[in-house]
Each structure stands twice: as structure tokens, then as C-alpha cells.
Design a protein around this ligand. Structure first.
Ligand code: PLP
Length: 393
């Protein structure tokens, strides 16, 4: 590179990424091929619109690329193009969710979503997000005792509030979600069911987590988490006379975005093909095995794991333990000093502040990409225990 300043920063970041143990559950390491496609000359092209209906000329290759990406997305999740449509243009996860609401829910109507503190995402109707300013969030959390979803309570709330759309699928929820129960609740109150599988999409693709497609009207996902692609997002919608796909396409463009990032779409296409290979199934299953090993060992060492374990790629750990341990912020900082990267996180029934909460969140997708297995995660658990124990006040 001619630009030495940026080149040096890239090199420094490469070194940092190689050196640390990365337990951030929403991060991953993409292949060289994904980076090549992402950084390709497709980035030079304006392609406002959709294949064969663009606002600029010169679309021979972009049309083919976007169609290929869409076909691969449907194939990965075993969806028939007769029954499901997919939009591959969302620039990232939050705008994808915004586009779904924009397409399907009138301003001022209610969106039922999980609170941030219980594990929901900002874009599920949180007040500080545009999704909580244009629409009204009907917030829900988890059962204080089990720290898992209570479907009877959810149904009661939905029947009282009659939201137009219900969001299932979270940022910091370690357990399996019962999508069938959510479907029943959505049908009972007349709401759309949207599943945001951003975090666990790769597990669904690899057969290591239940699929939401049997029950949801719309499924959104980021592409850069467990799917191991470049940053971006997908919106799947059920094809029927409600014309959800047409409404969502319109919401993405011209509703919300201008030209799609075609280099990004090239990278997503490459990742989606990689995810279809048999090796990805092994990878997805290993992610869950590793998370279970990490949770089990930390629990054995005396730490409290939220909900008592995990069914997925992530765990939430109570580091504060009612004052017997240390705050999440200190835990995060101490671990980083020792080369382990995670993030502080609120826990269900949080008694501290979101800026200095009671716990940390850890996940296994990135280190599983690097080939780490259960025994490595047992060792990581012991290292975490040692660091945190030494740091206790
Ligand atoms: C990560 C995430 C998003 C947002 O994705 P961005 O690409 O960061 O905008 C949305 N929903 C959930 C559940 C997520 O985990």
C-alpha cells in the first residue's frame, strides 16, 4: 500500500487479532476469499434498484451477482424460492430490522421486543433507537427465577397489548427459543412474527440450533456473526398474498437506502457458499460443544452461569455474585489485560447500571474458527477463573 499510515494500522490490528483470545460472541474471522470478494472492484459500481430493474446502466454482472447471492441464501436454509424471498441489500443488521418495521408496521403501532437488559437488541424498539421513537415498544424480559423466556407471560402481555409485530431472537440469550410457541402467540394476538437470528444464524445453517423458518413471517440476520461473512444483513420473508417481500424490498430501496454495496454482496455470496459445505456443519456443532464446555467448567469453578448453562454459542456469567465477586466492567478490563477479550453485560434482574453491570458475555464462534476444541475451552475457563479470582476486591 502507498498509504503507510493506514497500512500500519491494518498490520497492528492484524497482530492484535492474532494475539488475543476472542470471546466476543458476535465476532468471527472470515476467509481470504470473503475478503477478496469484499474488496473487489464491485465496490465501484452503482446498482440502485434490484436485478433487472436498476436506475443505472452497466448491470450485466451486478444482476448476476445479486441473483447468485439470493439463491445461495435460500439454499443455505433449505428454502424454496416459491415460498420464501430474500433481500440481500441491507447494509447491516440494525437497518435490516428498521426496514422490516418500515415495510410492515405503521408509525405509532406497537412492536413487542425484548428489553436490552434481558438480552434484546437496540433495534427491537429500544427508546434510544429510531425503532423506539417511530414505533412503541412493548417490552418483555425473562422469568426472574429461571432466567429463560416464560411463554405464558408472553402470551398474556401480547393479548393485553395487541402488538402489530413480535420480535424473537436476541443478542444475549443463551438458550433455545421456542419458535412454535411464538407463532401461537403471534396468531392469538394477530401480529407478524419476526425472528432476528443475527446471533445464531450460523448454528441454524449448520443444524446446531432450531430453525425459525417453519414459524416466522420474516427472518432477519446479520451476515458477519456466526455466518462468518462480511458485515451485512439478510431479510427473508414468506411469500403469500400479504406481499411481505414486496413491502420489504420497497422499504430497503427507496425507503431507507440508496445503492447497495455490491462488494459486500459479493463477499456475502462467497460466505454463504462456504456455509453450505459439510465442514460448516461440523464447525457449528463444535461452537455449541465449546460453549457448553466453557460454561460447565466456569460453573464448576464456582461462577454463576445465567440460566444454568447454554444451548448456543454464548454464555452470560454473573461475575458480581451479589458483591462476592467483581463488577462486569472490572472483569472485562482484567481479562483484556490478560489477553482475553469479552464484553461486560447486564444480567436478568440487573441491580447495577448498564455501564457497570453485574456480568460478562462470552462466546465461542471466533475461537472455534481458529480450531479450538473442548479441551482448549476448559483451559480458557481455568485461566478466566484465575484472573478473576486474583482481581476480586
Ligand atoms: C448484531 C445484532 C443486530 C445488529 O447488527 P449490526 O450489523 O450491528 O447493525 C441486530 N439484532 C441482533 C439480535 C443482533 O445481535
Amino acid at each position: 500500500m502507498k498509504d503507510k499510515q493506514v497500512e500500519n494500522l491494518i498490520k497492528a490490528e492484524e497482530k492484535r487479532q492474532k494475539k488475543v483470545i476472542n470471546l466476543i460472541p458476535s465476532e468471527n474471522y472470515v476467509s481470504k476469499d470473503v475478503l477478496i470478494a469484499l474488496g473487489s472492484i464491485f465496490d465501484n459500481k452503482y446498482a440502485e434498484g434490484y436485478p433487472h430493474a436498476r436506475y443505472y446502466g452497466g448491470q450485466t454482472n451486478t444482476d448476476k451477482l445479486e441473483e447468485l447471492c439470493k439463491a445461495r441464501a435460500l439454499k443455505l436454509f433449505k428454502l424454496s424460492p416459491k415460498e420464501w424471498a430474500v433481500n440481500v441489500q441491507p447494509l447491516s443488521g440494525a437497518p435490516a430490522n428498521l426496514a422490516v418495521y418500515l415495510g410492515l408496521v405503521l408509525p405509532g403501532e406497537k412492536i413487542m421486543g425484548m428489553t436490552l437488559t434481558a438480552g434484546g437488541h437496540l433495534s427491537h424498539g429500544q427508546k434510544v433507537s429510531i425503532t423506539g421513537k417511530v414505533w412503541q415498544q412493548v417490552p418483555y424480559g425473562v422469568d426472574p427465577k429461571t432466567e429463560t423466556l416464560n411463554y405464558d407471560e408472553l402470551k398474556k402481555l401480547a393479548m393485553e397489548e395487541k402488538p402489530a409485530l413480535i420480535v424473537a431472537g436476541y443478542t444475549a440469550y443463551p438458550r433455545v427459543v421456542d419458535f412454535k410457541k411464538f407463532r401461537e402467540i403471534a396468531d392469538a394476538c394477530g401480529a407478524y412474527l419476526m425472528v432476528d437470528m443475527s446471533h445464531f444464524a450460523g448454528l441454524v445453517a449448520g443444524g446446531a440450533y432450531p430453525t425459525p423458518f417453519k414459524y416466522a413471517d420474516v427472518v432477519t440476520s446479520t451476515t458477519h456473526k456466526t455466518l462468518r461473512g462480511p458485515r451485512g444483513a439478510l431479510i427473508f420473508s414468506k411469500k403469500d398474498d400479504r406481499k411481505l417481500d414486496k413491502k420489504i424490498d420497497k422499504a430497503i430501496f427507496p425507503g431507507l437506502q440508496g445503492g447497495p454495496h455490491m462488494g459486500q454482496i459479493a463477499g456475502i455470496a462467497v460466505a454463504l457458499k462456504e456455509d453450505t459445505a459439510p465442514a460448516f456443519k461440523t464447525y457449528a456443532k463444535q461452537i455449541v460443544k465449546n460453549a457448553r464446555a466453557l460454561a460447565g467448567e466456569l460453573e464448576k469453578l464456582g461462577w454463576r452461569i445465567i440460566s444454568g448453562g447454554t444451548d448456543s454459542h454464548l454464555i452470560l456469567m454473573d461475575t458480581w455474585m451479589e458483591g462476592k465477586g467483581l463488577p462486569g466492567k472490572d472483569a472485562e478490563a482484567l481479562l483484556e489485560k490478560n489477553g482475553i477479550i469479552c464484553n461486560k453485560n447486564t444480567i436478568p434482574g440487573e441491580t447495577r447500571s448498564p455501564f457497570d453491570p453485574s456480568g460478562i458475555r462470552m462466546g465461542t464462534p471466533a475461537e472455534t474458527t481458529r480450531g479450538r476444541k473442548e479441551k482448549d475451552f476448559l483451559a480458557i475457563a481455568r485461566k478466566i477463573d484465575k484472573i478473576l479470582r486474583a482481581g476480586k476486591k
